[in-house]
Design a protein around this ligand. Sequence first.
Ligand SMILES: NC(=O)c1ccc[n+]([C@@H]2O[C@H](COP(=O)([O-])OP(=O)(O)OC[C@H]3O[C@@H](n4cnc5c(N)ncnc54)[C@H](O)[C@@H]3O)[C@@H](O)[C@H]2O)c1
Ligand SMILES: [Mg+2]
Ligand SMILES: [Zn+2]
Length: 268
Amino acid sequence: MVKPYSRPAADEPAWWFVVSSDQILLTEDNDLPFGCLADLSFPSLDDYTVVQIGELRERSCYLVIADYLDDNFVDGKFEPLRQLLDASDLEKFAMAGRARQFSDFISTHRFCGRCGTRMQAVDWELAMHCHQCNHRCYPRVSPCIIVAITKGEQLLLAQGKRHKQGMYSILAGFVEAGESLEQALAREVHEEAGIQVQNIEYQLSQPWPFPHSLMMGFTAEWAGGELHIDPHELVTGDWFDFDDLPPTPPAGTIAHTLIEKAIGKKAD
Ligand SMILES: NC(=O)c1ccc[n+]([C@@H]2O[C@H](COP(=O)([O-])OP(=O)(O)OC[C@H]3O[C@@H](n4cnc5c(N)ncnc54)[C@H](O)[C@@H]3O)[C@@H](O)[C@H]2O)c1
Ligand SMILES: [Mg+2]
Ligand SMILES: [Zn+2]
């Protein structure tokens, strides 16, 4: 059973996830601070919320919520979480995403959504509880589907409004309340591209902390319909030949893995 709010001993080597809003403290060489409190130039943790969020390579991981930035966190720099998205250490990125989501959860659940009373942290699981009306909240996880769709030797790619200039990706969208994954997939594909798909195959999933998605990845094949790209969500989109794709998401993203699977499957 976890004790999320237990304090680290001064001589316990641990990974430190110091989060301030959507930024995380990194060392000069873009790594996470690692070591025992006594060896790190951290201030006293008394003024901060500290949460034990799991284990990485047999060492505890501690989230320190540092929303009121303090000059005492001198060794290192606060950087956007995406800076850690390095395909060589996805475990570390996933744990940092967990830290960022827990930090966001705690800071947005200070008061009960039902009766307005101040909420208290539960000491044996990661939850916030209202002692007035017994309402209990857990960190929000939002399921999303993401799908690589092929048509013969072509792949459907689209440019999202929030994508970096010039980058194309596969279709994705949030699952709505009351929907199955299959229904969400069919709806999103129809809304965003106006087509129908078949031979839908589940491939893999990835937690995605921007802001709290759980990406569930599929491959599928075009089954019918003319391509009609939704101008509200997407800038542009088209079928691209497998050997002539525009810039796509980097290794480490589920979009990248699904694109490789879709293309590899066709090449068999
Ligand atoms: N890791 C990857 O490779 C990868 C690739 C593509 C997209 N994504 C992620 O997939 C997620 C969904 O993609 P999208 O932005 O195209 O979604 P989408 O097509 O459903 O459209 C986004 C819109 O959905 C609404 N929305 C926001 N949060 C919601 C929620 N929790 N439930 C229901 N609706 C909500 C908002 O109006 C928002 O503008 C995002 O978190 C995005 O970052 C990840
Ligand atoms: Mg979308
Ligand atoms: Zn309440």
